[in-house]
Write a protein that binds this ligand. Sequence first.
Ligand SMILES: Nc1ncnc2c1ncn2[C@@H]1O[C@H](COP(=O)(O)OP(=O)(O)OP(=O)(O)O)[C@@H](O)[C@H]1O
Length: 496
Amino acid sequence: MSLSARRPVSGVIHSLVELVRNALNLDPLVFVNSGLIVVGLITSLRSAGNVLYTYAEKTCLSTVHVRAEDPLYDDIVRWMNDHAFRRRNFLSVLAQTTNNSDNDKALIRSPLAQLDSDRLISYREVEDNSFIELKPFQGSRLFRFKRTWMLFSHTASSPESMGRPPQLDTNPPLKLQCLSLSLSPIKKFLDEVRAYSRKVSVSSITVFRTRPNSPDLVRWSSVASRPSRDISTVILHKHKKQTILRDINEYLHPHTRQWYANHGIPYRRGYLFSGPPGTGKTSLASAIAGVFGLDIYVLSLLDPSMTESQFIRLFSEVPTRCVVLLEDVDAAGLNRGDQEPGQDSTLSRSANTTPANTSVSLSGLLNAIDGVSSHEGRILIMTTNVPQQLDRALIRPGRVDIHIRFELPSQEELRDLFLSIYSDVYQNAEFSPGERKRELGRLNDLAMHFAGCLPEKRFSLAEVQGFLLRYKRQPEEACDNVRGWVEEMEYGEVAL
Ligand SMILES: Nc1ncnc2c1ncn2[C@@H]1O[C@H](COP(=O)(O)OP(=O)(O)OP(=O)(O)O)[C@@H](O)[C@H]1O
């Protein structure tokens, strides 16, 4: 700025100062000085507070850190949201769209719900069935738990992320502190958090999958929490179903764990589900998790972001009681190489080599399953479409204890599927017991007729279910059209 331009500006400031002095009879510099003193005081108090806090943290504050990958992390955030954060206004929150099944129920009762195949509903006209939840995400909160004051802190991981929306994939650890020389108040709090989480998710299972957190770090991440599938909806030979349920029930019992320990046998149990695609392998694994109240950890050998060491680490990070689901183990081709399918890899040179479609070698997989770091107490379920292609080392007892073979459905199983799809037709709450019995009889006849129109052991239950879903509420129409569908499937003719 030139000298001539600066002169009028200083002149204006001088006149303003004079004006204030005359009007208030006070020197404005007094305000400036007082302001500076206040700012200085606040800064000193803040740094004194920081020094005090750091000192207290070292001497009389108990602190617990919880990593974002630990299931406890989500449990604590849920507890805080449902209890400590309830009656407090936050300025910075995380907005989350949540589907509300109650809204779906309201929609069912509305006039729009009258399903009319000639009337197409635009869902823009209908009230949105999701709602927006505002959840406190970052910040600190002092709260009281059973007469102890606790501090919950959850801050951004790095200064650069301040002011930016929180990155859910890179959650920083959270911190719990209390004024005590012992960790027991925080332990009690964590027990309460776990009990609460178990209570609210008693009839649902959480599915964990692997997710790359950063280019070279893959972590477990919960992808869904959903009502568990009722085991009765999985169609499988009664004897096979009972065999596996009894076996798992016995395995999970604390006495069995003790027995394994007494005999020095690693406490692990593995199952192989084999059979053509769409015959119910994944459905049974998910129903088993529901029956025993376990979460599912899904691993894939074909995950391109996973290295062998990460695979072994992830295997060792699963909790003590859970279902580890290793899907389509044959797809990775772990026994191909210079070895015939079904041959024992101990005789083969290819055990340490990795096929092109996976970075995990057979020895890496075996190491993950029964290496020293592999978690005891978990249930391993491997699924495959071609069991004969699996290396014998992978399915030897100790790694696979029970092999359940799924087959294409028999007439009886086709009938069961039909009855299961149309169960709500006869379970109508408005029916009297007599009406219900009559409906069930009618549906049984339709199911017999339906199954009779289908060739046995030809189509998978997933395919037949796909056909039935075209006639969700019209069992008679399904029966009328099933022969056309069979022709369509056999000869590739599309019958419309
Ligand atoms: N035995 C069964 N009982 C009940 N439903 C079944 C059965 N088999 C298949 N289905 C239905 O078919 C669909 C696919 O089943 P699922 O994923 O369990 O098959 P899968 O054998 O695991 O297939 P893939 O080998 O392709 O992974 C599901 O929607 C399921 O409801």
